[in-house]
Ligand binder design. Structure first.
Ligand SMILES: Cc1ncc(COP(=O)(O)O)c(C=O)c1O
Length: 374
């Protein structure tokens, strides 16, 4: 038997051989798009800070004021003494934004995704999940103990087939997808999935983590996951849904119930973010416009969201491409399996409202000439 340390070292050596070993790189974000890492100043196209709100003075001021008034931590889980009154304000605002009756804030998007399915389903139930759904959605599906079947990415015909084959064997059925896919930037066919779900008495859950179209109501999607950690610039996750579903979460979602409440400052800065977005509704359109300028200049398929993948194939090729961009002053982190399927390692670019157009154009030129080579 190898020792625990030999076991871990062996696993790491395997990853190294496949160019799949990962390591943390300390990174200081000096504003919403510029970062410092390993002694270099780089323009980041890898942050999910789509609206530049992580560094916004109004959000900072709201957080600082909340820290001064309420301290740095919640002190307990929400059902004990951690339910600061700012939670209720925030949940009302989130529900209003999403067009649902209610919302429940979780400690993170990951915790929301791992908590919701388990609160709703059990062994007698069925989950159909898009094969490219985020790791947290997969974890949530598995934790629920329901029977889980993956459907081919965005393939509604496959969903229909699976419903036909399996729906009648199970009591409740949940269909899980992302409205904007985090590694591909494409959008799910939510209308078609909603129709299929309704026709089969199934429920549709969509993770809107990367969807900047935050205010469009979607009556066909009764379960809407979101995060406060990306466009909203802070931290935390949520489910927006009907009042009974939200009340059930407060009783059954273990990842909410058994985890300490968020620091009040995080709730306050998210409220400030929502104020800002309400005041400046055009802000949320800017990242898509930048992404579209990039895809136009590189002849890539037109961006559907603020995320643009440049798939290069092998893990080492993605690392090399990332290094090449770093030499040009850009930070674009390589995304490798298991985050994306084998053979589809890529650069994943995220566009922010704060990116200067000239830099988007320079990046496009470098990607076109040195990575896509046309
Ligand atoms: C699609 C998707 N869902 C959920 C999460 C997790 O959200 P959070 O970072 O708030 O935990 C992420 C990102 O990390 C994501 O990309």
């Amino acid at each position: 038997m190898p020792s625990l340390d030999d076991f871990a070292a062996g696993k790491l050596a395997d990853l190294e051989r496949q160019s799949l070993r990962r390591s943390l790189v300390p990174t200081t974000r000096t504003d919403s798009i510029w970062v410092e890492r390993e002694g270099r100043r780089l323009l980041s196209f890898s942050c999910n800070d789509y609206l530049g709100l992580t560094q916004h003075p109004e959000l900072k001021a709201a957080a600082v004021e909340a820290i001064e008034r309420h301290g740095v931590g919640a002190g307990a889980s929400r059902l004990v003494t951690g339910d600061h009154p700012l939670y209720a304000d925030l949940e009302v605002r989130i529900a209003r934004m999403k067009g649902t009756a209610a919302a429940c804030v979780f400690g993170s998007g990951y915790l929301a995704n791992t908590g919701v399915a388990q609160a709703l389903l059990g062994r007698d139930d069925l989950i159909l999940i898009d094969e490219l759904a985020h790791s947290s959605l997969w974890t949530g599906a598995r934790l629920s103990r329901a029977q889980v079947h993956a459907f081919r990415h965005n393939d509604t015909a496959h969903v229909e087939t699976l419903l036909g084959e399996h729906r009648s064997d199970y009591k409740y059925t949940l269909i899980i997808t992302e409205s904007v896919f985090s590694m591909d930037g494409d959008r799910a066919p939510l209308d078609e999935l909603g129709t299929l779900a309704n026709r089969s008495s199934a429920w549709l859950m969509a993770d809107d983590a990367h969807d900047l179209d935050m205010t469009t109501p979607r009556p066909n999607v009764p379960l809407r996951i979101g995060t406060m950690s990306k466009a909203l610039g802070g931290y935390g996750g949520f489910l927006a849904a009907s009042q009974p579903v939200i009340d059930l979460m407060r009783n059954r979602a273990r990842t909410m119930i058994y985890s300490t409440g968020l620091p009040p400052s995080v709730l306050a800065s998210t409220l400030a973010a929502l104020d800002l977005i309400e005041r400046e509704p055009n802000l949320t359109a800017a990242p898509l416009a930048k992404a579209r300028a990039f895809t136009r200049l590189t002849n890539l398929p037109e961006a559907q969201s603020a995320i643009v993948p440049v798939v290069v194939g092998e893990a080492q090729a993605a690392l090399d491409a990332s290094r090449l961009l770093e030499d040009e002053g850009f930070l674009v982190v390589a995304i490798r399996p298991p985050t994306v399927p084998e053979g589809t390692a890529r650069l994943r670019l995220t566009f922010s409202a704060a990116h200067p157009d000239a830099e988007v154009e320079r990046l496009a030129r470098v990607v076109r000439e040195k990575i896509l080579k046309h």
